[in-house]
Ligand binder design. Structure first.
Ligand SMILES: [Zn+2]
Length: 414
């Protein structure tokens, strides 16, 4: 009999989750072009090929080039109809490659216009996701229990840093508070966002499941956003923080201690002593060891985005094996794979899983663990018993798919 292998077909078929997925970085190109035409947004090219060549590249020279695409997508997403549409399409695009759970994140404040406030923005995105969810779960194969249900949630992103030009909502802060320090303004905007997220969840009943912090880490500490995270914490929202992406272990430390992070976006420099800047940390190795121990033991899940890291971290570009994914696994951290941005990073979940399997020689059982963490550590928008049953249904499906490919991973050790 032929030796079973982790083929791309198998990776495609396996149930996956995507816990780190930016709405504004994951549009369909055709949709972006259509929205730009109807919303009078000027794009550098009117064809998908042109946009792939000029904006959404496979490799980027630097971070500003990587971020350029978001200017165009955000400009096209300034009304309920556009937001609902892209959320709906994104859910379907994910499900088509057997992603059964998505947490779609974005900064609602970037989409606010006049009366169209943060809660309305969230309502539009949730409407799109829920419409897709309903359609997907109406399928006979789901109803009969043959396939797990597709579920989704929304994470709101506070920004570590912003300028008045980022949008109407942000500009209003600077105009209203001309003598405030920038970090006071960041803190206020984040707190306001956290309040809106809590209201969207508790009052509007929307599947808003978490708070995130995005944007440049260096010089813009997580501490500024402590009040927002405290509020989220007190209202039982999930907490994740982009950290350890362009700054080191201290940034992850701050995410955990100042923001009560349940998960870390990227965490790429978790082990990197050379990224430690604080002079008072004398024994850098001990600092890292304690941090890793805490992250692993508390099951603070690392949302690893391999392609995105390769695009923004030059030393990983040519050799992905330098990525600490393997070390994270060896330290027994809870690690999962995510796309970050399906369009901007030109990737899919199948691509990300394939990259991990190839670069780090991930074995079937290890792969099953990584995929399972994505479901278990999700900020699932339902009751805990419901979550447990649903995770079980996903893992059953995963085992069935593995088994059909010749890997028997049912139960414990065998
Ligand atoms: Zn991200």
């Amino acid at each position: 009999m032929k030796k079973p292998a982790l083929t791309r077909d198998l990776l495609f078929e396996l149930p996956k989750s995507d816990l780190h997925l930016h709405l504004d970085g994951s549009l369909r190109l055709d949709t972006l072009i259509e929205l730009a035409a109807s919303r009078k947004v000027k794009l550098p090219s009117a064809t998908p090929e042109g946009l792939l060549e000029l904006v959404f590249k496979r490799a980027y020279k630097n971070l500003p080039e990587y971020l350029k695409g978001f200017e165009f997508t955000v400009a096209c997403l300034q009304d309920a109809e556009a937001l609902e549409r892209v959320a709906y399409e994104l859910a379907w695009d994910c499900r088509k490659e057997n992603v059964f759970y998505v947490e779609v994140r974005f900064a609602p404040q970037l989409h606010v216009r006049g009366d169209f406030g943060v809660r309305e923005v969230l309502r539009a995105v949730c409407k799109g996701l829920q419409r897709a969810e309903k359609e997907i779960n109406n399928d006979p194969s789901v109803k009969s229990g043959q396939l797990p249900r597709f579920r989704s949630g929304v994470i709101v992103c506070a920004l570590r840093f912003f300028l008045p030009v980022f949008g109407e909502h942000y500009r209003a802060y600077f105009e209203a508070l001309p003598s405030a320090k920038p970090e006071e303004i960041y803190a206020l905007a984040s707190l306001e966002l956290a309040r809106a997220a809590v209201a969207a969840k508790e009052v509007d009943g929307l599947p808003v499941v978490g708070l995130d912090l995005a944007g440049q880490e260096h010089g813009f500490p997580a501490k500024d956003h402590q009040a927002a995270y405290q509020l989220a914490h007190e209202h039982f929202l999930g907490k994740t923080v982009h950290a350890g992406e362009d700054y080191g272990p201290e940034s992850i430390f701050q995410a955990i201690t100042d923001c009560h992070a349940d998960r870390i976006g990227h965490g790429t420099w978790l082990f990197s002593k050379r990224h430690i800047k604080d002079k008072s940390i004398v024994d850098k190795q001990a600092y890292v060891d304690r941090l890793v121990q805490y992250v692993a033991e508390r099951r603070i899940t690392l949302e690893v985005c391999l392609t995105s890291n390769q695009q923004t971290i030059p030393e990983l570009r040519t050799d992905l094996r330098k990525h600490p994914f393997k070390k994270m696994r060896e330290s027994r951290c809870s690690v999962t794979l995510c796309t970050d941005n399906r369009l901007v990073s030109r990737t899919t979940m199948t691509d990300e899983v394939e990259k991990a399997v190839t670069a780090f020689k991930l074995e079937p059982r290890g792969l099953k663990d990584v995929l399972t963490y994505g479901f278990k550590r999700s900020f699932f928008p339902g009751s805990y018993p419901e979550k447990r049953d649903w995770v079980r249904s996903v893992v059953n499906r995963m085992e069935d798919v593995f088994l059909a490919a010749g890997f028997d991973l049912r139960g414990g050790r065998r």
